[in-house]
Ligand binder design. Sequence first.
Ligand code: SF4
Length: 344
Amino acid sequence: MEKQDIKDFTIEELEERLAEIPTPPFRARQISEWLYRKGISDFSRMKNLSKDLQKKLDTVFYISQPEIAEIARSADGTEKFLFRLSDHCFIETVLIPERERTTVCLSTQVGCKYKCAFCASGKNGFTRNLTLAEIINQLLFIRFEHTRKITNVVFMGMGEPFDNYENLVRAINVINHAQGLGIGARKITVSTCGIIPGIARFQNLGQQVELSVSLHAAEEKLRSKLMPVSKKYPLKELVPTLADYTRKTGRVVTLEYLLVKDVNDSVDCAEKLVDITKHLKAKVNLLGYSLIAENNYRAPEKEDVLLFANRLIQKGIFVTIRKSRGNDIAAACGQLAGKRKNEV
Ligand code: SF4
């Protein structure tokens, strides 16, 4: 029988798999601590397992290793990691250090099928979903190769997380689990471009994971232009779905708004955004557009972002302004393409 990647199991799934070998389920927690807490990737180094068990595990499982192809470091401290997968696909992961927190932005897919106008990830189309192990390995590489302690995780890298729903939820389980990476649910954020069935499913997760939705325009015609996904999941259906999500979970949704000069930064755009945000009792995360080579959109000045933010604040909206990070290494929001430098 072909060996299985042990990192492709959640801890509960591993308990069940071990029972089939047969091995007592509590061993799953010991193994997970070696994998996720200590970064050990060799069964023979898992000292609280007997030699016999180590050998048995070695016949059934293998332990995948993240393979790094390139690391780029920005002047602002942001780092971008290019990983080569076993089928030679590439994905990117970003580490964003701030004063007291360190956020890792994870990818969930190779490419993306949604082709948002301002995003490099969708330009080359969709290749495939990442496995659980491929999602977790991005985090493990940084955890054990970096001196900074990871405090926050955002699913905001390449791909649409809800299109890889099963592995997204399984990854959240491992990231949050006490014997996994042990990162609190409130420190984990899933960002979607507005996949209505995914949001509807996610509200039953029963965990305090944060949800953010890329809105980028509060009016249907403009949103469909910026985000073609809006033709399939229009605002008139997305907004009630989010209202339902907040009602059922009691959690505040964050609306991501990427400000593009002379495209979605007018007074009218701000007013429409106020209406939706108030209706949803949501908050807004504002970010200035970061240039990518493939389009003609322009980045706003710092003053434009502040002006737009003030228009919202004056109407009682809670607004955070996200500083664009890692522009010089193409690691900012929308710039991840999963390419080597010489391929960009
Ligand atoms: S913004 Fe997200 S959903 Fe849109 S193309 Fe990029 S990765 Fe895909």
